[in-house]
Write a protein that binds this ligand. Structure first.
Ligand SMILES: *Cc1c(COP(=O)(O)O)cnc(C)c1O
Length: 501
């Protein structure tokens, strides 16, 4: 059912695609076609999150039995989220927020990462794979922690996380560096997220490196959204959120809505696109960028993707990305599966830092619209939502709301809108306080900043965050992006020695 976005001849069943993460030629696995859901069925109105997840995953995981999927879903969505609802939808200021931050690490990455280890272990069994799994993950802040938490002490899997030294918030760093577990480790990389992501991709496709890893008894995989096992579970909440609107009589079943997603690596919005292709009634998928507005520019300038620009470190660090990995999948689908074209564009991107994909020639791209919000605009939006609607949002979600308002000015639209609310505001207390007009002293201890936010808003600090304050920091050595391989060998060999003592 899956093939590489760059070469039709490289094919895989779901379990093999999940195990490999990235296709051998550096392309991303894409489904050859989209399964359809009959959206008018009455049963969807009251279906639980878990049942919906089973329904959707069954359509995509071609070589998994329903029983296997049910087991994975049970393990992932029973105890790891605050409520049985898993993903609540909150109405505020006339907008509907898909609250994706009620998992263990307070960001939307928990939704897919809670299930990924179970999908991987099933895939491993299914493929008779004797080797252990080694996961390498680059993070712009939230993936790292969610992956560490999800894979902690899972047998036969080890995980190494790389984050950009100066590119994550204090709280994100605190969460990662205090992570417990014996099968994992975390490094800082000098450079930005793009450097980290490219280095990981480079290592993962290196033949000699793969061989050395294999000789040590491991198979390389990825927990980034380049892994199809990350992407598919994200489709689920777009459906459940839509049907929550139906349940609440905000829309009638079948009515079109718009969806806004604060975007970095284009994974979350791509999942919304997959939902649309499966039959979810969506008019526009609005891709919201922060000051690193390469994607917003692509959609407004007719299709030029140009990385030759400044990289900014912003208050929404998980969107500080110029090389948006999953956009490759969008190119694949929009070009009607033209692998040669996709491979060409990716080559241009790598060699020249720019490519052109004329939107007018690829009408499928018109499912998307792009807008952006800079630091000031998103800060002002955060304040407005808190003061006018008594709803506290995080900086990424603020980018989405602000970008949506700009979109509306240009494209008046009465459709109801779902906004992906991707993280808890408490992961970014400095930006949030600043936006609310209570600036921070850079010398203030991060947890004091957190407590000030709690006092100001009357909203309790999430327990998962409060708990990390007094935990020992275990990781964080700084390495060069050119030396990932060595860090892996050191980690594996050290563990090996310890296990044999
Ligand atoms: C990862 C992340 C994003 C960006 O999501 P993509 O799937 O990479 O586009 C936005 N907001 C938050 C809080 C995130 O953690």
């Amino acid at each position: 059912m899956y093939q590489s976005s760059r070469n039709e001849a490289i094919r895989a069943k779901a379990s093999a695609a999940i195990l490999q993460g990235l296709a051998k030629d550096g392309g991303l696995f894409v489904p050859k076609e989209f399964p359809k859901l009959e959206i008018h069925q009455e049963k969807y109105r009251t279906m639980s999150y878990k049942d919906f997840a089973t329904e959707i995953l069954s359509l995509y995981l071609d070589d998994f039995s329903r029983k296997e999927i049910e087991t994975c879903v049970e393990l992932a969505y029973t105890a790891n989220f605050e409520t049985e609802e898993v993903v609540p939808v909150q109405k505020a200021g006339g907008l509907f927020f898909i609250e994706l931050f009620h998992g263990k690490t307070l960001a939307f990455k928990d939704l897919a990462l809670s299930i990924l280890p179970h999908l991987m272990l099933s895939s491993k069994r299914k493929n008779g794979e004797q080797k252990k799994i080694l996961i390498m993950t680059a993070t712009s802040g939230d993936t790292g922690k969610a992956a560490l938490e999800a894979f902690q002490d899972i047998e036969d899997i080890k995980i190494v996380v790389y984050y950009p030294d100066k590119g994550v918030s204090d709280m994100q760093k605190q969460q990662m560096l205090t992570q417990r577990g014996e099968n994992l480790c975390v490094y800082a990389i000098s450079g930005n997220f793009d450097d980290a992501q490219s280095a990981v991709k480079r290592a993962m496709t290196g033949e000699t490196f793969n061989k050395s890893i294999s000789d040590r008894g491991y198979l390389l995989s990825s927990a980034n959204s380049i892994n199809i096992g990350r992407l598919i579970p994200q489709i689920v909440y777009y459906f459940t959120s839509y049907f929550k609107l139906v349940q609440k009589n905000e829309i009638v079943q079948g009515e079109e809505i718009n969806i806004v997603v604060p975007t970095g690596n284009f994974g979350n919005i791509l999942a919304a696109y997959y939902a649309k292709k499966m039959g979810l009634p969506v008019h526009k998928l609005i891709c919201a960028s922060n000051k690193n507005k390469i994607l917003a520019d692509f959609f407004t300038n007719g299709g030029t993707y140009d990385t030759k620009r400044n990289f900014y470190t912003t208050g929404s660090p998980s969107m500080d990305i110029l090389i948006s990995s999953n956009f490759e999948r969008a190119l694949y689908h929009a070009s009607g599966g033209d692998c040669t074209l996709v491979a060409e564009k990716m080559k241009e991107l790598k060699e020249q830092g720019v490519y052109r994909f004329p939107i007018d020639e690829f009408a499928e791209m018109k499912n998307f619209a792009g807008e952006y919000a800079d630091e000031e605009e998103s800060g002002a939006e955060l304040k407005r939502m808190f003061e006018d609607a008594h709803y506290l949002i995080d900086p990424h979600t603020a980018v989405a709301v602000s970008a949506y308002r700009k979109y509306l000015k240009k494209n008046p639209d009465k459709r109801k809108v779902l906004i992906a609310s991707t993280a808890s505001p408490f992961k970014f207390p400095a930006f949030v306080l600043e936006a609310l007009g209570h600036g921070t002293d850079p010398k203030e201890a991060p947890f004091d900043t957190l407590r000030r936010l709690e006092n100001l808003t009357g909203i309790q600090i999430p327990k998962a965050l409060a708990e990390t304050e007094h935990l020992e920091k275990r990781f964080g050595s700084l390495i060069d992006a050119g030396h990932l391989e060595e860090s892996i060998f050191r980690f594996l060999d050290e563990k090996h020695e310890r296990e044999h003592e």
